[in-house]
Design a protein around this ligand. Sequence first.
Ligand code: HEC
Length: 108
Amino acid sequence: MRTIVSSLLLIVLMITAVTVTAAEITPERQAELIYLLRQDCGSCHGMRLSGGLGPALLPERLRLWEVNQLAATILQGRPGTPMPPWRPFLTQQEAVWLATQLKQGIQP
Ligand code: HEC
């Protein structure tokens, strides 16, 4: 009995571990993030991300930054500038995904 219970527990643990490591941004959430990029980020960075109140978010300019630095800027904002923190709306993983898209040159 005891072994059955612990084997079951082990299986549950293994399944949880797999889902956590395989956690990816679903296509639906990706579409929402692109929408956010166009509507919210675009309001300052320009509809084509070529700059406005905020600087252009195009690959040539972002070349200078690592993905993690860009993700940190997205999550924390730039205090003292109009760039707001997006932490309430985005996870670390989503910010990294957005930063990667921007560096690759996404056209929202
Ligand atoms: C209210 C206006 C505003 C909004 C909305 C906004 N930003 Fe910004 N953002 C700025 C400004 C202004 C800067 C430049 C800050 C500075 O002077 O360093 C900036 C800087 C950045 C930078 C650093 C770029 C660089 O080369 O220094 C990134 C990356 C960035 N924003 C991404 C985003 C993303 C992604 C979104 C949407 C989730 C977003 N921003 C929404 C105003 C905004």
